[in-house]
Design a protein around this ligand. Structure first.
Ligand SMILES: [Ca+2]
Length: 321
């Protein structure tokens, strides 16, 4: 039986959400129940998701708009979301009416023990679903989150190459704390693991040379990416010389049907607010949310290693088709 899956995404800003939805749309191991959107302009994100699924020939997969405003503060949008994905005629593209939070609760409760939810952005929708219907914790198969940072990466020169204040959780830190402290069965895929899986140049070449509609869409996004990356990194103050085409979100989707891409450990991860002075602050000045391992009974699975070449080859194969 296929794994029933819901992908909850902030598709549009960074390239890899679109790649993750395309991977989910093309993976026969998955029954993709729907795609829900989170963070910022969730209407725009829902239209982008709708278009991406259409490109993959998956008009059958519904899309639901979710919560855009974090529990505290506002969302950050860069203004180029949907570039090379939405065209003029997609302006009025239609997605489903039901709210993402209702869809999540309904799908989980109607299919006890069968639905995996993969979150690729802020966890606002999941936190709201849990508060509205706490019994989703006993009825969801699993929640797999691309979020958090466990071991910040420091290079040979002593320069930090990964954030201590991971983007997804800190885009709605209170929602993150609700989810981490909830009884939801959880797997965490932290950014220190996903920073080990850039697309290799030969894989980019393979995708750029492929003829299918999905590969062409991925190519178009990759082509538009460098100036956007520059703007994003400028805005959040990250040096750009050590960046790569990391597949954070596609790996997280793939773990819903093949756990063997990563090694896991059972640990207790706490979400705590810590006053800090960080070099770059993702617009959070102090009291950032950190994910910290503690010597307490385990509360989640944590991805600790990834089979990088095997995964990036798998991703490339599925995109090239
Ligand atoms: Ca994302």
């Amino acid at each position: 039986m296929a794994n029933k899956l819901i992908i909850d995404t902030d598709i549009g800003t960074y390239y890899d959400d679109a790649f993750a939805v395309l991977l989910g749309a093309r993976s026969p191991e998955i029954e993709l129940l729907g795609v829900t959107t989170n963070y910022g302009d969730t209407d725009l994100r829902a239209r982008i998701a709708r278009k991406i699924l259409n490109v993959a020939g998956r008009q059958d997969v519904p899309v639901f708009r979710g919560i855009g405003k974090p529990l505290r503060g506002t969302a950050l949008m860069f203004g180029f979301e949907g570039e090379r994905i939405l065209s003029e005629e997609d302006k009025d593209i239609k997605y489903n009416d039901e709210h993402a939070v209702n869809f999540l609760i309904r799908s989980i409760m109607e299919n006890p023990g069968e639905v995996t939810v993969v979150t690729l952005g802020a966890v606002s929708n999941l936190a709201a679903a849990y508060i509205m219907e706490p019994r989703i914790a006993q009825n969801v198969k699993e929640v797999i989150m691309m979020a958090g940072v466990i071991t910040p990466i420091i290079d040979q020169k002593g320069v930090r190459r990964s954030p201590v204040e991971e983007y997804n959780f800190n885009n709605d830190p209170f929602a993150a704390q609700i989810v981490v402290e909830s009884e939801l069965p959880k797997t965490l895929v932290p950014i220190d693991v996903t920073l080990q899986i850039p697309l290799r140049p030969d894989q980019v070449t393979r995708i750029n040379g492929a003829k299918g509609a999905v590969a062409k869409q991925v190519s178009a996004i990759l082509d538009a990416w460098p100036p956007q990356e520059y703007m994003i990194y400028l805005a959040v103050g990250i040096p750009t010389e050590h960046t790569g085409l990391w597949l954070h979100d596609p790996l997280t989707v793939a773990l819903a049907y093949d756990r063997s891409f990563c090694e896991f450990t059972r640990v207790h991860i706490a979400a705590e607010f810590a006053p800090t002075t960080v070099g770059r602050d993702m617009l959070i000045k102090n009291d950032i949310l950190r994910t910290i391992p503690k010597k307490l009974p385990p509360n989640m699975n944590l991805a600790v290693r990834v089979a990088a070449d095997r995964f990036t080859d798998h991703f490339t194969d599925r995109i090239v088709g």
